[in-house]
Design a protein. Structure first.
Lengths: 385, 252
């Protein structure tokens, strides 16, 4: 890491020690089990509260840790070295919850900061992945209430949540580009009539990290379950998705660093033809490229964080970070499997797991293709194309 | 009571030490440095003593290069109340000898007036295990080394010591110098709120000359070498082969 201020170093040290004590020892077992035993999850949660990492992303005035984006970058980068199945127990409640009104804060924000409640962020649907605007989930007004119908899938979290932030269409607007759905965010409590939540199918990336299928069948919601205002759901989610993509970038850098260390070690130890395989140019150059691309990725994250700190980060900045870092990571992971040869695919080594985990990063939070689309659009639109 | 805790900045215990090409020592350029783990234990114990209400103030001291500031920032984030940096050299490779360290600490002790000094039993870089002993001799204070348990009662500190073949419990009269062993406690990490608070804690910087101490080096490192590399092991098929191998090696 390039940030050398002593506060950042102490923070990094704390996170690294926490990971070494509370996270890494469970990685292999959790991946093989396919789930996180409840007591391990709870322990990570409790220990992370003691050390102040729990909800460290939210402002101090709401009881959070008050870390700014550059500190969060250090923290997320370390978390990236391990699995979401484990580090997501150290909650970083979504910043969208800051849009809560006072009553909602009592009911949702504060309990999330304390760890009494867990939220899900529910945007994706079976028929609406990249194409979010094709979402079918909708809410219709009935008196003062809203009646929610539809479904969501791939909605992920460490454990069964207490509520979901659900995005649904609440009408249509005429725009110069044609009709556009009005999307609204609702706070929907698990357990209310008509709301069914089931565990989804198992994912080979981050085994043990859960994803849920949500279905809504005439779910009655009072108007005070709207987060923000009616129709501003997408601007809320957009705000969150931007930083989310930067954190994907930071986690990818952390994971790439970990993988590179393993590759380097192996390249120096493993001998064939009487020499460490790292001395063969074909291996050595892979290592050089990994280091170079990781450095570039780290700088992109830092650049985006600097922009965000001054309120200048644009959608395309986040998209560039997301593409570059996730693709860099996948190249590092794949080349590392190659450097390990057959051992790279054996379950007794962590390589295959890190390689599997890496793959998801090019898909969630918007695929690489969608990110490139965002970058392209930002360049062409001003030219009228 | 005030507690003084000297903390040394050393090569991080997770980092593989590499000998410098000229054999003059370990390469410390651009490697991760951390607080000596035994000093962390000493600091943790000081914090616990304070938390129990048996001390009012913890002063962390580090002697070495300017960058030792980082080690002191860590000490403050763990729970020390203030810190003193003694800039004794500008070369990270220049290890200040135990006697000089003891002289500096003795001078600081006279100035600051602590009644307990908690030290790590040794630094993991040079493994001297000498500073605490020399310091207690300089100050003519009681000493207790290799503490695995500490209990402060009024002006007596009860220390359980790890000695060959068992444990020994002694009572030492305060003021005292105590050196701590590995099993005394598990140091906490700096929590996020404490990292924030530490930003406002004072860190004073002084020179050995301010204390009237001269840096004199009496020891000379002749050579530093990597340990001989271990020969590769053998994987045997069965117990019979193992017995055969043992007989071969022991017999021959
Ligand atoms: C483990 C996991 C956890 C997740 N967690 C959450 C969560 O918590 N909340 C949430 O809301 N969502 C979540 N998601 C959903 C995730 O964001 C989506 O999977 C992602 O946005 C892609 O949507 P899709 O899977 O439907 O793929 P599709 O949209 O069907 O895409 C399939 C392929 O088509 C390509 N494609 C689509 N449109 C275009 C286009 N216009 N141009 C070029 N190529 C295109 C895509 O790039 C992709 O390669 C999660 C997904 C996974 C796998």
């Amino acid at each position: 890491m390039y940030d050398t201020s002593s506060d950042s170093k102490i923070l990094l040290d704390t996170v690294q020690k926490f990971m070494a004590d509370e996270i890494y020892p469970h990685e292999d077992r959790v991946d093989k089990l396919g789930y996180v035993p409840d007591e391990i999850g709870k322990q990570i949660e409790e220990k992370s509260k003691e050390v102040g990492l729990f909800a460290a992303n939210l402002p101090e005035k709401y009881g959070g840790g008050g870390l700014d984006y550059s500190s969060m970058m250090i923290v997320e980068r370390e978390y990236g070295k391990t699995s979401h199945a484990l580090h997501s127990w150290i909650a970083r409640p979504t910043e969208i919850l800051l849009a809560c009104n006072e009553k909602q804060m009592e009911e949702y924000l504060y309990p999330c900061v304390k760890g009494d409640k867990r939220e899900l962020f529910a945007l994706t649907e079976p028929d609406a992945g990249s194409d979010i605007m094709s979402m079918k989930s909708n809410a219709k007004k009935e008196g003062d209430d809203w009646i929610l119908n539809g479904s969501k899938h791939f909605i992920s979290g460490p454990c069964m949540p207490d509520f979901a932030i659900v995005f649904a269409a609440t009408g249509e607007d005429e725009t110069p580009r044609g009709k556009r759905k009005r999307i609204t965010a609702f706070l929907v409590d698990v357990g209310i009539p008509g709301f069914d939540i089931q565990e989804g199918t198992k994912c080979i990336s981050y085994r043990g990290y859960k994803n849920y299928q949500l279905s809504f069948n005439d779910v009655r919601l009072s108007a005070d379950k709207i987060l923000g205002t009616e129709g501003n759901g997408l601007s809320l989610s957009g705000k969150w998705l931007g930083m989310g993509r930067i954190w994907v970038g930071a986690t990818c850098c952390g994971k790439a660093e970990r993988i590179l260390d393993l590759a380097l070690d192996w390249a120096a130890q493993r001998k064939q033809f009487g020499k460490p395989i790292g001395t063969f140019q074909a291996t050595g150059f892979k290592l050089a490229d990994m280091k170079m691309n990781l450095r570039a990725a780290d700088l992109l994250v830092k650049d985006a964080v600097d922009r965000a700190l001054t309120g200048q980060m644009m959608d395309e900045d986040a998209a560039i970070v997301k593409i570059f870092c996730s693709e860099m990571l996948n190249k590092v992971a794949d080349d590392t499997v190659q450097i390990f040869g057959g051992m790279g695919l054996m379950e007794e080594m962590p390589i295959e797991r890190l390689w599997r985990d890496s793959r998801l990063e090019r898909i969630w939070d918007g695929t690489s293709e969608i990110q490139r689309h965002i970058v392209t659009r930002s360049m062409l639109r001003p030219l009228g194309a | 009571m005030k507690i003084l805790v000297p903390v040394k900045r050393v090569l991080d215990y997770n980092v593989k030490a590499r000998v410098k090409a000229d054999g003059s020592g370990i390469d410390l350029a651009n490697v991760k440095m951390s607080m000596n783990p035994f000093d962390e234990i000493a600091l943790e114990e000081a914090i616990r003593i304070k938390e129990k209400g048996n001390a009012e103030e913890i002063i962390a001291v580090s002697i070495g290069v300017q960058q030792n500031q980082e080690t002191l920032r860590t000490a403050l984030a763990m729970g020390a109340d203030r810190a003193i940096l003694v800039v004794a050299t500008d070369d990270v490779h220049n290890d200040i000898e135990p006697l000089t360290v003891a002289n500096i600490l003795a001078a600081i002790t006279l100035k600051e007036g602590p009644s307990l000094i908690l030290c790590g039993k040794q630094a993991i870089d040079n493994d001297f295990n000498a500073t605490a002993q020399m310091l207690s001799a300089k100050l003519k204070w009681s000493q207790a080394t290799f503490a695995s348990e500490i209990d402060v009662k009024d002006d007596i500190i009860r220390v359980t010591r790890e000695v060959d073949g068992g444990l020994q419990t002694i009572d030492a009269k305060i003021p005292a110098v105590v050196s701590v062993d590995l099993r005394l406690n598990e140091p906490r990490y700096a929590s996020l709120p404490n990292i924030m608070k530490a930003k406002r804690k004072p860190l004073e910087e002084i020179n050995p000359a301010d204390l009237g101490v001269e840096i004199t080096q009496r020891l000379k490192v002749i050579e530093t070498k990597e340990p001989d590399s271990r020969e590769a092991g053998l994987i045997l098929e069965n117990i019979d082969q193992l017995v055969e191998k043992i007989q071969e090696n022991v017999g021959g």
